[in-house]
Design a protein around this ligand. Structure first.
Ligand SMILES: *Cc1c(COP(=O)(O)O)cnc(C)c1O
Length: 491
């Protein structure tokens, strides 16, 4: 516990009477500390007492134990951890945006409404869908909103028996969860050996009780679903709609558009593709786009363009779902997304998908002699290995992931998707330089070599991090969340 980096708890650094602040005298000549008796608390709060320098060092050292895109390569599959340009943060933090109030009169925030409207329109252009709402605050929130739109559409046509949602077995876990939250029943459709949807299996699941099919394309394995025109035709022919999970839009930008593939509803994670850091539950945004016929069902408030003026429509407007959250959603995230799109510009936005695909494919081709590629063939922005190719060693995907930490890389996504036993899912994104990617490839090859020659070294990794391997089960079942609990546990 006394290692400098891992450090003490701030409570252990506390020394009675030490202070990191001093308050000015107020206008009446008395210190703020001389509060009237009746305003003072009966018992002093149990807070650590530290000088400013101790506090600064404490938090600076803690931050060194963190790892983010700004520290190093973070090839996390299915979750696009990519660099978020700092200028986007600076613009979002400008006073003209940061001090807005969601209830201020519309004539005083026309600039904000214009940003909202512009982003809506740009997302429409990028995806080929008619209209977007930016109100949902996360990907899963967008899924729920999109499914509610689909439900409202069927119900408004008196087609109330459509309660089933078809979802491929390779889907992201939020898809079935959102369907369940929306009160719909999940029906799973199988994947073929090549990782794409089994169309014959799909045909047996279709009927007049199906509300929609949810899909991602390229799918969770990074494989493009070539049968998509046939799939959308079959689903539409049975009266159901197509939902696109666009949480990770990186492979799509510049390549193709969900609207053109026949999807009716989609969500986008601005906090994956469009320049907001994600992870740790920070503010997100999950805009939902729909085709023309579904437009009336979108939630409110909506921003409407009245020529040279922007209006806000609120309340249960005709067929609208009404409010699905607080006000307009997370506005700061929207500003960053708009700045990101505008600063790339029309031509460069189109490079995102091809570059992300090039980087991923390069890694895959260079590592496939050392790591097992379970499905040969073209992949897009990400791909999945099934552990080491040499199955004679005891070294698992978990061991490889832990050893990567010793070399200063964040681990890829592991043990997802569930289609393989030793999944190792790599997504480098479009931003990384050839040098960074080559460095990662060298290390991955070195780990494969270590697995052959000194497996114990890999199996006991990490060796350089403040904490080695945690007991996942114990940490989940018996988390230590307070200082007092830790002291009691140690006693
Ligand atoms: C991240 C992700 C989601 C969920 O997004 P949240 O903002 O975490 O709710 C849904 N689908 C896919 C494919 C994702 O990668």
């Amino acid at each position: 516990m006394n290692n400098r980096l891992y450090g003490n708890l701030i409570f252990e650094l506390s020394k009675e009477g030490r202070k990191g602040y001093s308050l000015p005298k107020n206008n009446y000549g008395k210190s703020f500390e001389e509060l009237p008796e009746q305003l003072k608390r009966g018992k002093a709060a149990e807070l650590p007492e530290c000088d400013e320098l101790t506090v600064v060092r404490h938090y600076t050292n803690l931050s060194h134990n963190n790892f983010g895109v700004n520290d190093g390569f973070y090839p996390l599959g299915s979750c696009t951890m990519k660099y978020n340009p700092v200028i986007n943060e600076e613009i979002a933090a400008m006073n003209a945006f940061a001090s807005l109030h969601p209830l201020q009169p519309v004539e005083t925030c026309q600039h904000a409404l214009e940003i909202y409207y512009q982003l809506q329109s740009m997302l429409s252009e990028l995806t080929g869908l008619s209209e977007f709402t930016l109100n949902p605050c996360a990907g899963a929130h967008g899924e729920l909103t999109g499914l509610m739109v689909i439900r409202a559409y069927h119900n408004s046509r008196g087609d109330e028996k459509r309660t089933k949602v078809i979802i491929p077995d390779s889907a992201h876990g939020t898809n079935p969860a959102s369907a369940a939250v929306c009160g719909l029943e999940v029906v799973e459709v199988k994947s073929l050996d090549d990782g794409t949807v089994d169309v014959e299996d799909l045909k047996t699941k279709l009927g007049d009780d199906v509300a929609c099919m949810m899909m991602t394309n390229p799918n969770t394995l990074g494989i493009f679903e070539h049968a998509i025109p046939e799939i959308t035709r079959l689903v539409h022919d049975c009266g159901a709609l197509m939902y696109y999970d666009g949480a990770n839009l990186n492979p799509m930008l510049g390549a193709c558009r969900p609207g053109d593939m026949g999807f009716d509803v989609m969500h986008i994670n601005l906090h994956k593709t469009f320049s907001t850091p994600h992870g740790g539950g920070g503010p997100g945004s999950g805009p939902v786009g729909v085709v023309e016929k579904l437009k009336p069902y979108l939630p409110t408030p909506r921003v409407v363009n009245c020529g040279d003026y922007f209006e806000v429509v609120t309340g249960d407007h005709e067929k609208s779902l009404g409010s699905i959250g607080a006000f307009f959603g997370n506005f700061g995230v929207m500003i960053k997304a708009l700045v990101y799109i505008l600063s790339l510009g029309r031509e460069n936005v189109k490079m995102v998908g091809p570059l992300a695909t090039l980087n991923a494919t390069y890694i895959k081709e260079r590592l496939k002699d050392d790591y097992l590629l379970p499905i040969e063939g073209l992949t897009k922005h990400e791909f999945v290995f099934d552990g080491l190719k040499d199955k004679s060693t005891e070294v698992t995907t978990m061991d490889v992931a832990k050893r990567l930490l010793d070399y200063g890389y964040h681990a890829p996504t592991i043990y997802f998707p569930l289609l393989f036993h030793e999944s190792l899912m790599i997504e480098p994104t479009e931003n990384e330089s050839k040098e960074t990617i080559d460095g990662f490839i060298d290390v991955m090859k070195k780990i494969a070599e270590e697995a052959r020659t000194q497996p114990e070294l890999v199996k006991t990794a990490p060796h350089t991090t403040p904490i080695g391997r945690v007991d996942d089960v114990l940490a989940a079942k018996h988390p230590i969340t307070t200082y007092r609990q830790m002291i009691n546990d140690l006693a």
